[in-house]
Design a binder for this molecule. Structure first.
Ligand code: C5P
Length: 218
């Protein structure tokens, strides 16, 4: 039986996670936050002091990721790391190790396993291009650097981290460049993806647009 998939890809802090979760909730679908898998790998690498040039050990860390998801909570082994993985340092390291093909390969099967009845909404960088190329609906969600820096700022402050707008804009721009220019699964709109620029949109407007496209695609 066919299990529908909606992919939502886009740059850092574009709001894709929030939109994807709400779309999933609305449809009663499962949700895959693929960035969280790269962040979990980064956190595990950080804690074990694995050097960035030891590709074999990095790929092993990804392959043996002992993680599980419970609603909004994300666990590494049995520790709730939902907040820890959101730190900028973890995101930056995630983006560095995500450029390594063997690390991506190690996380491939785990991502596919999220496709379960009655459906899946998956967000990330390569959901529509590499992981679920046959998804029934693909969305490429963007927003201006200013809008994204502002959203990330609010997100970090709300989680109790310190942050400043100038550093954040620089971080976002650097991370997007690295994600877009890598040779393995670069950030780009999938063929047939709908473009959604949310700079001037509320979350609810963006969610309504995606749901509208999904209804029309069935
Ligand atoms: O989306 P998020 O900021 O949590 O992702 C962290 C990093 O993980 C990204 O900067 C990107 O390098 C990497 N990533 C990826 N492919 C995905 C999801 C995330 O390379 N599908």
């Amino acid at each position: 039986p066919h299990i529908p998939v909606i992919t939502i890809d886009g740059p850092t802090a574009s709001g894709k996670g929030t939109v994807a979760q709400k779309v999933a909730q609305h449809l009663g679908f499962h949700y895959l936050d693929s960035g969280a898998l790269y962040r979990l790998t980064a956190l595990s690498v950080m804690r074990r002091d694995i050097p960035l040039d030891d590709e074999h050990a990095l790929a092993k860390a990804a392959e043996h990721l002992h993680c599980h998801f419970n609603g909004a909570h994300i666990f590494l082994a049995n520790e709730d790391v939902s907040n820890d993985i959101r730190a900028e340092a973890v995101g930056n390291l995630a983006s560095k190790i995500a450029a390594i093909p063997t690390v991506r390969q190690a996380l491939f099967g785990l991502q596919l396993s999220f496709r379960q009845h009655p459906g899946l909404v998956a967000d990330g960088r390569d959901m529509g291009t590499v992981i679920f190329p046959h998804a029934g609906l693909k969305v490429f969600l963007t927003a201006s650097v200013e809008a994204r820096a502002q959203r990330r700022y609010k997100q970090l402050i709300d989680k109790g981290f310190s942050a400043n707008m100038e550093d954040l804009s620089k971080d976002l721009t650097e991370r997007d460049a690295r994600d877009s220019n890598r040779s393995s699964a670069p950030l780009k709109a999938a063929e047939g993806a709908y473009l959604l620029d949310t700079s001037a949109m509320t979350v609810d407007q963006a969610v309504a647009q995606v749901l509208g496209w999904y209804a029309a695609s069935k």
